[in-house]
Design a protein around this ligand. Structure first.
Ligand SMILES: C[S@@+](CC[C@H](N)C(=O)[O-])C[C@H]1O[C@@H](n2cnc3c(N)ncnc32)[C@H](O)[C@@H]1O
Length: 191
């Protein structure tokens, strides 16, 4: 009986902490849909090298298959919410893969200059903040894949439309072309 109550209290505390962190980060740890995550993973070459950042890894629905698909790359998965982060750590410890690093950090406070590729599934407010961050930090050769939410005023190289209520589109960006367009847009707006 005591054990039953203990489990119940732990589960309720876990739900409460997830709830609080959804307010702090602006988004709950909901996973990408199977359809959208398959599209994203298959769009990335298995020969991809360098550092891939997953900004907000949730329960790892993208981070784990991504790291397995790209053994030559290092996948760095950021997750601020403690319960999903703990789950990711335990899952990575038990099952790998070895090229996946899990960080309990706010990605907005880190420099992302090493990125060859950035993958995310966030919300419009975060994409707005990331727009200027990407512009000042990412290399011209870097690529960004955003599930569902576009980067405001950027020019995607591809928009994949999915028949999927939760994740209806995926935006693909290359820094060199996306930033040129948005820079010229902001210059023409200033004139
Ligand atoms: C919608 S979930 C996406 C999960 C996973 N990427 C997927 O596609 O299945 C977004 C996650 O981002 C995390 N997150 C949001 N803002 C963050 C930040 N600034 N730093 C770290 N994690 C953040 C949230 O805690 C949440 O778990």
């Amino acid at each position: 009986m005591f054990l039953d109550y203990l489990v119940l209290v732990l589960v309720l505390c876990g739900i409460f902490i997830c709830f609080i962190y959804s307010f702090i980060t602006g988004i709950s740890p909901v996973s990408s849909t199977i359809k959208s995550r398959r599209k994203i993973i298959h769009a990335i070459s298995p020969e991809q090298e360098g550092v891939i950042y997953e900004l907000g890894a949730g329960w790892g629905a993208v981070a784990f298959p991504l790291a397995r698909r790209c053994p030559e790359a290092t996948v760095v998965a950021y997750e601020l919410s403690p319960i999903p982060w703990l789950f990711l750590k335990v899952r990575a410890f038990l099952f790998g893969p070895s090229n996946l690093r899990i960080l309990r950090r706010n990605f907005l406070n880190d420099n992302l200059a090493k990125a060859a590729l950035v993958v995310c599934y966030l919300y419009p407010g975060a994409m707005k903040k990331l727009s200027s961050k990407f512009m000042s930090e990412l290399k011209p050769s870097a690529k960004v894949i955003s599930n569902t939410f576009e980067i405001p005023a950027w020019n995607p190289t591809l928009v994949q439309i999915l028949e999927d209520v939760m994740c209806p589109q995926i935006f693909y960006y290359k820094m060199d072309s996306a930033v040129q367009v948005s820079t010229s847009l902001s210059i023409s707006c200033q004139q």
